[in-house]
Design a protein around this ligand. Structure first.
Ligand code: SF4
Length: 379
């Protein structure tokens, strides 16, 4: 059986004000130690899987800032990975890249190592907003990164854009969308900013130093931008994901469809043979355990109910919706048995929810309210 592989690269040049992903400040010596530990983790994970799953269909390196990776260490790890697993002939291999650290040299080296889908964290073209977010790049870096990707012949690449940003107006977002559409990336991830507790941004918002667009404006921004993307030839295949035909991110689709994935690196999650694991979110502990030949993971004890809720939430966020067959195979109960009957009927009547023969999906009006509808539907 094939599965997806996620690698969490835990280093960044600096820390952004809104970020709650696990990361440490980059240090060359720490990175070398991390890669040694990662090789041990890869070997142990392969032994642990036995013969049950050795075919990798997608690789996604996220972080952190993977564009800082020492490409020799990456090559070394990929050699080991190939010795323990079979990489699919049509492997999708993505790597997240921060525009300021993208160079012709590292992008070319990534391509030689098999990366066929760089993803650029552009977020916005507004210099002031990027500063508030604590990003290291400016609009010139973003333009340059896309220029390099095109110059090196990457047919598939993605960009990440955020809306609902500090002090953002509709006009500012329209400027961002215009520039993105001009760059013509095959894939766009379009996220709303979330203010995570414990981040510097949360402190700024609480202290009144930063003002964010309200819900009504954010919804209008989302709808207007979706319209622009669709007019420019993109399909919305998930609430936040837009692709030109055949450029959907297969790695993310595998998460949303509930397929198996193996997560390596600090804080990475795995879902293998119906069981979920979480890796330690601390690079020193991660390295320490692997030096003792122990996998740095624990079993996620979340129950069946939580997993069903998650499957409904993720499925409804996709344009195809939830497959009834996949749901009942996975959980042993029909999908409708898990939904609030009254809410279900109301949402069908209002045109937000569309029951189809093999699936249950949201309409265009429904998908913009996906999270709220999921909350109402779950019993
Ligand atoms: S570069 Fe990415 S992972 Fe690193 S701090 Fe910024 S948002 Fe977080």
């Amino acid at each position: 059986m094939s599965f997806s592989l996620y690698l969490h690269y835990p280093f960044c040049a600096s820390k952004c004000s809104y970020c709650d992903f696990y990361k440490e400040i980059y240090h060359g010596a720490a990175e070398l130690e991390f890669f040694e530990a990662l090789k041990t983790e890869t070997r142990l994970a392969a032994e642990n899987l036995g013969d049950s799953g050795r075919d990798i269909s997608t690789i996604f390196i996220g972080g952190g800032t993977p564009s800082l990776i020492n490409t020799e260490s990456l090559a070394d790890w990929l050699d080991l990975l190939r010795r323990h697993f079979a990489l699919s002939n049509d492997l999708e291999f993505s790597i997240e890249s921060n525009p300021e650290s993208v160079t012709l040299e590292n992008l070319r080296a990534f391509g030689k190592l098999g990366v066929n889908r760089p993803v650029f964290g552009i977020q916005s073209f507004n210099t002031k907003v990027l500063k508030i977010l604590g990003r290291e790049h400016n609009p010139h870096h973003s333009q340059r990164a896309i220029y390099y990707a095109n110059a090196l012949g990457f047919k598939n690449f993605g960009v990440d854009i955020i809306f609902g940003l500090p002090f953002q107006t509709s006009r500012m977002l329209v400027d961002d969308i215009d520039q993105i559409i001009d760059l013509d990336p095959p894939h766009i991830s379009f996220y709303q900013l979330t203010v995570e507790e414990g981040t510097p941004l949360a402190t700024m918002v609480r202290g009144g130093k930063v003002r964010l667009p309200d819900n009504e404006l954010s919804l209008a921004m989302y709808k207007g931008s979706c319209q622009r993307f669709i007019e420019a030839g993109y399909t919305r295949y998930e609430v936040s994901s837009f692709a030109k035909p055949d450029f959907e991110c297969r790695h993310n689709l595998s998460y949303w469809h509930g397929s198996d994935y193996l997560g390596l690196g600090p804080s990475a999650h795995s879902f293998i043979n119906g069981q979920r694991f979480m890796n330690r979110a601390n690079v020193s502990e991660y390295i320490g355990l692997l030096q003792k030949n122990e996998l740095p993971r624990s079993v996620d004890k979340s129950g069946r109910e939580e997993r069903m809720t998650e499957a409904i939430m993720l499925g409804l966020r996709t344009a195809g919706g939830i497959s009834r067959e996949m749901f009942s195979q996975r959980f042993g109960v029909p999908l409708e048995a898990c939904l609030d009957r009254r809410q279900y009927e109301m949402l069908v009547r209002s045109g937000h929810l569309i029951p189809e023969k093999g699936s249950l999906r949201l309409s265009d009006d429904g998908i913009v309210l996906a999270d709220e509808i999921t909350r109402r539907l779950i019993k």
